[in-house]
Write a protein that binds this ligand. Structure first.
Ligand code: AVI
Length: 326
């Protein structure tokens, strides 16, 4: 059995999902790798840099919504619920949500903020930082799987819920996966609970492509980092110089896809297996799906939600959609 070295340097048998998913993806035709494995320590750092790029409009657009429309975002929650909790799936650094948390706290509401993240490090940091940013706010970080943690929230508190899923993270799911995710989210909520989901909108294809093909090459490094991570953790020997980054955007489907292109006929060893790459063969690494407002509203209805209100940035490039569980 092959072995690999995990992020803490421990050598383990090759039975983890990372190993299995990589082998499955590289054995498929066409080859693929999941973008969920982009986010090791270096990947996190590169993503932080991406969010600062002039071409990467997504973060700034959503930041503008939270900054300029804080009162409007808080209003439906304050009008509907006497008592509530706010849960954030994939909280990251919670920069955007902090504006809303502050507004809710200013309205004199006492509530708990449950940031959920798969990174224990992120949770530790938020538990320390959020009460500094919003004094008096109760924060209970939850480290682990989104839906398991959502169940935990209901065990701890029976209050109404607002679930945040921001940053166009839903765009990294295929349409099928997104619907599956939303159905499961719906299953974990009670009628009347609210969700606020960040979607990147269809727009001029040139602006979308530029966001995933920045001039400085950070997005390329972000994609290539997955091969570096596989080398390090799964005992492989990808030559990073022999792969190029290639994003595409289809304005009909709204699918923005990134590929790593093999620049040569080559063989790559992974543990005790070998994978062959033809010259110019692609590995599909990421989907960043773009939506129309109509597609978003239809998706709400299909998955058991009622659209309540859409919050757009000034260019209408991004939307935070507020839905209620029917
Ligand atoms: C995290 N996610 C929403 C980003 C996106 O836009 O799909 C990840 C990313 N990939 C390349 N640039 C940013």
């Amino acid at each position: 059995m092959a072995i690999y070295r995990n992020q803490t340097g421990t050598v383990e048998p090759a039975t983890t999902s990372f190993y299995k998913d990589v082998v499955q993806g590289l054995s498929a035709s066409p080859k693929y790798l999941s973008s969920k494995y982009f986010y090791d320590v270096i990947g996190d750092r590169l993503f932080q840099q991406i969010m600062q790029l002039p071409e990467y409009y997504l973060t700034r657009s959503e930041q503008e919504i939270f900054l300029m429309q804080t009162k409007a975002l808080a209003k439906p929650l304050l009008h509907r619920f006497q008592q509530f909790d706010v849960i954030e799936l994939g909280a990251g650094d919670a920069t955007k949500s902090t504006h809303l948390l502050q507004e809710l706290a200013n309205a004199g509401k006492s509530f708990t903020y449950f940031p959920v993240d798969i990174s224990a490090n992120v949770i530790q940091l938020l538990e320390k930082e959020i009460p500094e940013r919003v004094p008096g706010l109760q924060v209970e970080g939850l480290n682990g799987d989104y839906f398991e943690m959502l169940e935990k929230c209901y065990q701890v508190s029976k209050r109404r819920k607002l679930v945040l899923f921001l940053g166009s993270n839903i765009g990294n799911y295929t349409l099928e996966q997104a619907e599956e995710f939303l159905l499961e989210l719906n299953d974990h909520l009670l009628p009347g609970d609210l969700v606020l989901i960040g979607f990147d909108l269809k727009k001029n294809p040139k602006d979308i492509l530029a966001a995933y093909n920045d001039r400085t090459g950070i997005t390329k490094a972000f994609n290539l980092n997955l091969l570096r991570r596989i080398n390090e953790e799964l005992d492989a020997d990808f030559d990073l110089l022999q792969f190029d980054h290639f994003p595409t955007y289809d304005p009909i489907t709204g699918a923005c896809k990134s590929y790593l292109i093999s620049l040569a006929d080559q063989e790559v060893r992974l543990g005790d297996q070998t994978f062959s790459f033809a010259r110019y063969e692609p590995i599909w690494t990421e989907l960043s799906q773009k939506y129309s407002v109509q597609e978003i509203n239809e998706m709400a209805i299909h998955t058991g939600f009622q659209p309540v209100q859409n919050f757009f940035d000034c260019r209408h490039w991004f939307v935070d959609a507020l839905w209620e569980k029917s």
